[in-house]
Design a protein. Structure first.
Length: 87
């Protein structure tokens, strides 16, 4: 454990940021999983609704720096491609 007060504070701040990032990534994975389930079920309306939510969550995470903006864009593009393949 750190002895210097500023180092102790940094440890606390990093722990809080790590917890937030982990929660955000978990939420993102859940949203993408629900989108994939909607696509697999064949319900285009539900899949469209889940896609909007997934894209919003991806953008939010990219803005906050949880994931890189290019990674968020790539994932959104792949989800859109999957949605558009539905008949």
């Amino acid at each position: 454990m750190a002895n210097i007060k500023s180092a102790q504070k940094r440890i606390k701040v990093i722990a809080k940021k790590t917890a937030n990032n982990k929660a955000n990534k978990s939420e993102l994975k859940t949203v993408i999983k629900k989108f994939n389930e909607a696509v697999d079920s064949g319900d285009k309306a539900l899949a469209q609704e889940k896609y909007v939510l997934a894209e919003k969550t991806l953008d939010k995470n990219a803005t906050k720096g949880t994931i890189h903006k290019s990674a968020a864009s790539r994932k959104a593009s792949r989800l859109a491609k999957r949605l558009n393949k539905m008949a």
